[in-house]
Design a protein around this ligand. Sequence first.
Ligand SMILES: [Zn+2]
Length: 501
Amino acid sequence: MAAIQTLGELRRSGYRSRPVKQEIRDNLVCKLRTGETLFPGIIGYDETVIPQLVNAVLSRHNFILLGLRGQAKSRILRGLVDLLDEKIPVVPGCEIHDDPLAPLCAACRARAARDGDDLAIGWLPREARYVEKLATPDVTIADMVGDIDPIKAAEAGLNLSDELTMHYGLLPRANRGIFAINELPDLAGKIQVGLFNILQEGDVQIKGYPIRLKLDVMLVFTANPEDYTARGKIITPLKDRIGSEIRTHYPVTRPNALAITKQEAWTDRRTSGTSSGLSIEIPGYIREVVEEVAFQARADRKIDKRSGVSQRLPITTLELVVSNAERRALANRETLVAPRVTDVYAALPSITGKFELEYEGELRGAEQVARDLIRSAVGTIFTGIFDGVDTRAVVEWFDLGGSLPLGDAIAADEMITRTKGVQGLRELADRTGLPPGAPAPLVASAIDFVLEGLYAQKKISRSEERGYTAADTAPRRPTRREEQSMEEDIRIPGSKKKYYN
Ligand SMILES: [Zn+2]
């Protein structure tokens, strides 16, 4: 097709141009027939968002994605590009990508009349047919639709309402493509009216002059439901013209969440230009803890639910966790980077900014809320892995006055040496799934996880000055026998029987 260079050749090839929504529909039908993966890289929406999207496209709807921040809304919209033809013929140089078979603008019509079948054509790749705009209250009708250029009109001796005097905005430039507007409620009401008129009538008034623009555009939008009331709204006639309203959501299952973070977080750093020559191995429990922080944040009543907790929280947190481990490895001249749970606390800068606090949270402060979340997340993951495992030997070592001053900068070998005297600790560390003969950084990470886990369970305590020591919550710890009987009362045997309370 791309070999075709004139209108005559295009006509003889039998090429038929289609409205953009028909084109997208046709290509989707093909993909559905062959069973091709739709929206690659979008995880966890297979049974919820994607079927609704498919239906909207099959119906040739303009649609809106409604959801909180960090729910892959923009990414889905960008994925629509894959549903466009690889290339379409255009009149070269036309700002609105006119169809050579049916040009819209006066300039192209004049060219077509003059050149006939010799009219040159160009081929527009699909990436160039996607236009995205973040709506803000200061966006004007000139930005969106266009403006009349009086100087241009005067020079050419044209009437102001002649479209030749138009300076095109974003929407006409998206002609024969997809126009995505993010955060639609932020767009001023009168701009929304302008959009609606274009959608409905193909007409728009600019500075009082009626301008006729029969555009062919698929309009897609995103909005955050929180902003509906907080910042703006979508005017009813426009809302009415949006065929489908599709709700996005945060990952429902932990495996989905883990997969998204694994895909998005920049943790494979061997490709970087200034390669440090380090290899990176992230233990599974680290990934779980980071993900659990987000899950707990979304459920925490100290955190504003309406504004949500983006999936960018675990993504950027994991990146900082790896960086802190990298920093330690470089300082200690280690070649293997193995992140520790302690590194998650060093990732506070990527956590505290990712949520809005309720009043109760404000009182506690963002940093303390984040620390509480991490500790609680560690506790959940640790309890999951160490369910039914006897940790008392290690706890007793601390109860008998033992203390371990450790920090997040300490070298792996040093950590192993310092903790050697704690009976049972290494055995617990092995329980995390350490392979036999595991390298020191991984062993150190597992030891750190056990200590942080016991601290999260409040079985031992930790302070800035003294490191890990015995728990100071109760004046007297129960004896081994008492603890055993307590455990029998509250233990959940296997997964067969559960006590809900
Ligand atoms: Zn044109």
